[in-house]
Design a protein around this ligand. Structure first.
Ligand SMILES: [Fe+2]
Length: 345
């Protein structure tokens, strides 16, 4: 971290308790949420929680890695009660930074499937997303791309678009490949994909899908909600993109598609511990699950909850990789090494 960033973080961390205090918060029930999810629908969800429980939700939003650093620097004095973010890889980073305290909740343990939460109760997944393959329906035969492994096959030379290796979604995808194929197998895969690049990695997941529709790439990789967002759009330009692409949930004949989560955990120094646990349990309720998932075109973690979402319906049901998502965190450091060695920038 540069000195300037460190100094900014310190200034911010000194300001936070003051900011919360000046917001008129005293003895009233409250929960301080540090969030890197920033969807309008989440905001409405928090209002509902306040209406139902009388607990005020104070939100501090920011980039996930910066929020982790901030809570770490705030130490025992941190006002943070709950940290919410996307990707098991980031939850793992927070866990490694010692941010979380374990939660033993019957509600959370019963409602959130074991594969979508930390085995020690340090964090819980509340929505899921799959990493899908998007392809140009005119140029590419979908039979060539049934699996992530296929992205490395020689027939796809010059066709594959995917974002940078520093991106957490790709680190987690590679972490899952390490789990199934070991370091050597995963390394071979990464090299094969790099050999198939249509261009050097650039842009975000949405840009990869746009590049397929624009004919720059034949095949791309993106999180399911980005594809769903395009399918659900009323914007004619987006509808045009939707008409050109096909979407595949990979590995349906073997382990299932790589799935990641949006999740949250109790901060170890939480000043409002009971309220924080009540908030986490609320996120697992039927109403919150549907709202949270639908707001970002994701899937609810609680299996009995169904969402009414035309794009997700159109994309169809799929088989998800049953591996515990905590594995994605555990394999992150190895994933970064393999990407670097493969020259995947
Ligand atoms: Fe995203």
């Amino acid at each position: 971290m540069t000195m300037r960033r460190l100094r900014n973080s310190l200034i911010v961390s000194l300001l936070v308790p003051a900011a919360l205090a000046s917001a008129g918060i005293s003895d009233a029930a409250e929960v301080n949420l540090y969030s890197s999810r920033h969807y309008d629908t989440d905001e409405q969800l928090y209002s509902r929680f306040t209406e139902e429980t009388g607990i005020t939700v104070n939100r501090i939003e920011g980039d996930a890695d910066e929020l982790i650093e901030r809570i770490r620097l705030e130490g025992e004095q941190s006002p943070a009660d709950v940290f919410i973010t996307v990707d098991a890889g980031r939850l793992w980073r927070a866990e490694e930074a010692g941010l979380f305290a374990p939660v033993e909740s019957k509600i959370l343990n019963e409602r959130i499937p074991a594969r979508l939460r930390n085995p020690e109760g340090l964090w819980f997944g509340f929505t899921t997303r799959a990493r899908v393959i998007v392809y140009d329906r005119e140029r590419v035969d979908p039979a060539l791309i049934g699996t992530y492994e296929d992205l490395a096959r020689p027939e796809l030379e010059g066709l594959v678009c995917i974002r940078s290796s520093t991106n957490i979604y790709n680190l987690s995808l590679l972490a899952s490949l390490i789990e199934y194929h070991g370091m050597d197998g995963a390394s071979e895969w990464a090299t094969g994909v790099v050999n198939n690049f249509a261009r050097q990695p650039e842009g975000n997941d949405t840009n990869q899908i746009e590049a397929v529709a624009a004919g720059q790439c034949g095949v791309a990789v993106a999180n399911s909600y980005y594809a769903a967002r395009i399918l659900n759009s009323d914007d004619p330009a987006r509808q045009e993109i939707a008409s050109k692409i096909g979407i595949i949930f990979p590995n349906q004949d073997d382990r299932g598609a790589h799935v990641n989560i949006s999740g949250a955990g109790l901060v170890h120094s939480a000043p409002n511990r009971d309220e924080a646990i009540a908030f986490l349990e609320y996120l697992a309720s039927d109403a919150a699950q549907a709202w949270l998932a639908n707001g970002n075109n994701e899937y609810p973690a609680v299996e009995s909850v169904k969402v009414d979402n035309p794009a997700l319906d159109a994309m169809g049901e799929f088989k998800a990789d049953p591996v515990n998502v905590s594995v994605l965190g555990k394999n992150q450091p190895m994933a970064q090494i393999i990407f670097d060695e493969a020259g995947w920038r």
